[in-house]
Design a protein around this ligand. Structure first.
Ligand SMILES: O=C(O)C1=C[C@@H](OP(=O)(O)O)[C@@H](O)[C@H](O)C1
Ligand SMILES: C=C(OP(=O)(O)O)C(=O)O
Length: 441
């Protein structure tokens, strides 16, 4: 029987035959938190339907409430947001582990009528926010930090931001640009953001920002590869439904692929800016068959091992842990590249993946911007998750194919997927369980 609370040590279930599951995943973290920010700045009450309720979105709701928005999140179906008359200051925000809170909320706080202090989880205190803080300073906003460009910091809002043009290096996170664009329409002259460093990662999430802004009547453009412009103007009140989180869906699609089974992911959008959509093509290149039906995406895994290959993940870095799990189970070497910035995620994901693949007896080489993985026979092990939801998802996928994988703190998946281990157990239970090692058949 599945347990209801996640055990400290969770044995990842290994199906003894192909799975055949229909899976629903919670709403997109990235879309939920974008809609919430825009709702708090909109010109009237807004409704966000099928929102994600998880640690990251709860931190966002708490933050926006402190800044003066009224959020009714009692229903799981729809949350309503009534924007405050003005953005309120003299508050302390706990960003938890949410990159979207520590980056998206400071440009809102810059319009507050007093100081707004930010702090968060110990892992989040290591994550870069400096370029957003510098951009706000360049716009005339006083920001105090401890000189490291990380939390804790305080934004001293003065009720209004004139806006204009800022230059910043967003090579460490696309969220720096998204953050400024989401609030920029409410600055008096709008905002032009010019990127000055090496490539900005996570292009999919920048497309998502431009898309949601367009949907609420904000004119936002991307006139050249390093420039974004948002015109000043109102954010039209809206009623929007959040897509399922395709990055949370990714491990379930991988489950079909690695067991030669079938998973239908309910509610897969026909069009989306979410990076998870990239996985469809990648799984097909690895040998799976993906079919989009009216009620969802179906992935049929091959009856042979997956094909190894090279993957440039720069636009879709969030998928790296699941792609790494697929790579260690493939029939040949894979190179994952373009994701140097993952060293500044919930943990240094490249180091964490390399450590856990090594613990499984795998062969992996950490490069400056990715991983080189050569499949070898793997053995069971107790895997660490480093307070990183996507490391828990990596471990679950590997555990579906390798006997004896035990996962420390699988509950860390709650950042974006409360009850992940239960959903996983249900999906695996659609197949026969493999017999424990050494038990005769
Ligand atoms: O804007 C967003 O919602 C996100 C952008 C990406 O951040 P980075 O560009 O820092 O990787 C992604 O990894 C993160 O999970 C969500
Ligand atoms: C990097 C991630 O999260 P965050 O929004 O906290 O940056 C992630 O979800 O993979």
């Amino acid at each position: 029987m599945p347990t209801t609370t996640a055990p400290d040590l969770w044995t990842a279930p290994r199906p003894g035959s192909p799975v055949d599951a229909v899976v629903e995943v919670p709403g997109s973290k990235s879309l939920t938190n974008r809609w919430l920010v825009l709702a708090a700045l909109a010109d009237g009450p807004c409704t966000v339907r099928r929102p994600l309720r998880s640690r990251d979105s709860e931190r966002m709701v708490d933050a926006l409430r402190l800044l003066g928005a009224q959020v009714d999140d009692t229903s799981d179906d729809a949350w309503t947001v009534v924007p405050g008359v003005a953005v309120r200051g003299d508050v302390r925000i706990d960003a938890g582990q949410a990159g979207t809170v520590m980056r998206f909320v400071p440009p809102v706080a810059a319009m507050a009528d007093g100081p707004v202090a930010f702090d968060g989880h110990e892992t989040a205190r290591l994550r870069p926010v400096g370029p957003v803080l510098e951009a706000l300073r360049a716009l005339g906003v006083r920001v105090e930090d401890e000189g490291r460009g990380t939390m804790p910091f305080t934004v001293h809002g003065r009720g209004r931001v004139a806006g204009g043009e800022v230059a910043l290096d967003a090579s460490a996170s696309s969220q720096f640009v998204s953050a400024l664009l989401l609030a920029g329409a409410r600055y008096e002259h709008g905002l032009t953001v010019r990127h000055t460093g090496s490539a900005v990662p996570s292009a999919a999430h920048l497309d998502m920002t431009l898309q949601v802004l367009a949907e609420v009547g904000v004119r936002a453009t991307h006139p050249d590869p390093v420039t974004w412009r948002v015109e000043p103007g109102p954010i039209t009140a809206f009623d929007r439904t959040v897509e399922p989180d395709l990055s949370s869906a990714a491990p379930f699609l991988a489950l079909a692929a690695v067991t030669g089974g079938r998973v239908r992911l309910r509610g897969w959008p026909r069009e989306t800016t979410q990076p998870g959509a990239w996985l469809v093509g990648a799984l097909e290149r690895m040998g799976a068959t993906c079919t989009l039906h009216d009620d969802g995406l179906e992935v049929q895994g091959p009856r042979r091992p997956l094909r190894g290959g090279d993957h440039d993940l720069s636009d879709v870095g969030e998928l790296t842990p699941v792609v790494a799990a697929l790579a260690v189970l493939a029939d040949g070497p894979s190179r994952l590249a373009g994701v140097a910035h993952l060293r500044g995620h919930e943990t240094d994901r490249l180091a964490a993946l390399a450590a856990e693949i090594t613990r499984l007896g795998g062969s992996v080489h950490e490069t400056a911007d990715g991983l080189e993985i050569t499949p070898t026979p793997l053995r069971g092990a107790q895997l660490r998750t480093y307070h990183d939801h996507r490391m828990a998802m990596f471990a679950a996928v590997v555990g579906a194919a390798v006997p004896g994988v035990v996962v420390q703190d699988v509950a860390t998946a709650d950042k974006t997927f409360p009850g992940f281990h239960l959903a996983w157990e249900r999906a695996v239970a659609t197949a026969d369980r493999a017999r424990p090692e050494g038990v005769p058949g």
